[in-house]
Design a protein around this ligand. Sequence first.
Ligand code: NAD
Length: 385
Amino acid sequence: MGAVSESGTNRAFNLLTLPGDGIGSEIIDETLRVVAWFSDYLDVPIDIEHDIVGGASIDEHGVPITDAVVQKANCADAILFGAVGGPKWDGLPRAARPEMGILRLRKELDLFANLRPAVNFPEIVAASSLRPELVESIDIMIVRESTSGVYFGEPRGIETNEKGMRRAVDTQAYDEAEIARVCRAAFEIARRRGGRLCSVDKANVMETGALWRTIATEIGQDNADVELSHMYADNCAMQLLREPKQFDVIVTDNLFGDILSDEAAALSGSLGLLPSATLHMADPERPKRALYEPIHGSAPDIVGKGIANPLASILSFGMCLNYSLRNSAAADLLTQAVRRVLAQGFRTADIAAAGEKAVTGSEMTDSILAALNELAEDSPRMMEA
Ligand code: NAD
């Protein structure tokens, strides 16, 4: 099964890797071992191209991402992204910092739906800061609008007013098309999961919130098979801690999504286990452009030690199997492999309990590949899309 071209013929799947900075290249190298395994197992030719972004690109080209890399990303079937940033570039002005590389990619590729699962693997339930009975087996998908809202709204800036006082302005603005497309994507995702969607806003105090709720309700009328509910963002922040199992899919704007998805991440227990996908989901069955990345950063404190946990990046490739290669059985196989190695007791340092032996990032990947081989022997090959 290759990617299907517009002419209907099979062609190789084009994967662009952008490892970025810090532990980015360590985790991407490990992930590529898993990519190679699936390429072989599924008989999918995967053409891999590598390039630079973030601080690495600033050092080489003076900008966090070049036009040429944006162009390559636009043509790729999917992008595997590592992480960007680090102390070396902390002193740069905001517009020149490594993080602008990922923001520009999201904006120029119109990657408007950011999907962040918050899953608690029962095998490491103790790693969560909440009581096990609250978080065990949670499976929440947060869909965050990621190309508009207050992070992009104009006007913005810091000015000095007539009294000589500094004054800062950000603008939260959404048009109905921006809200509608991310809501449609979220309904589609909810339909493929538990069939429940909670739309989160501040309709009580914000104009954008009121429009958000109106549009979500309108889109809901065309998707009546999915149960739609609404919740204020502050209540959602509380409910995620009080009773997280009530949620299936959450859809919300850029700012609330940023905060709520980090909060949900804490339910899972480790940054090193959390993947994400950012998709242009005009047709959720076939996203044209897609970027997959772990939610953690470049972890400068552990770079070069070989101890970075590759699982968040490997699970991000699992989302690529699901959403770009459209093979949910293969994605499930990878999740099963992760659960098997966790059940076998393999832990990188970030998820090891006190006194537990920790393996290196590379040893963790070895155990994932071994588990995949075992699982593959037990299940028929999944050649189909
Ligand atoms: P971070 O996620 O890099 O690290 C937080 C803590 O978690 C550190 O102790 C780190 O060692 C640990 N950690 C993170 N990933 C890990 C992994 N895979 N395995 C084991 N431990 C892991 O966040 P930070 O320290 O706040 O930021 C460091 C840099 O990363 C900053 O420059 C920040 O701007 C950048 N950052 C980038 C992204 C991105 O590229 N999307 C996201 C967040 C932060």
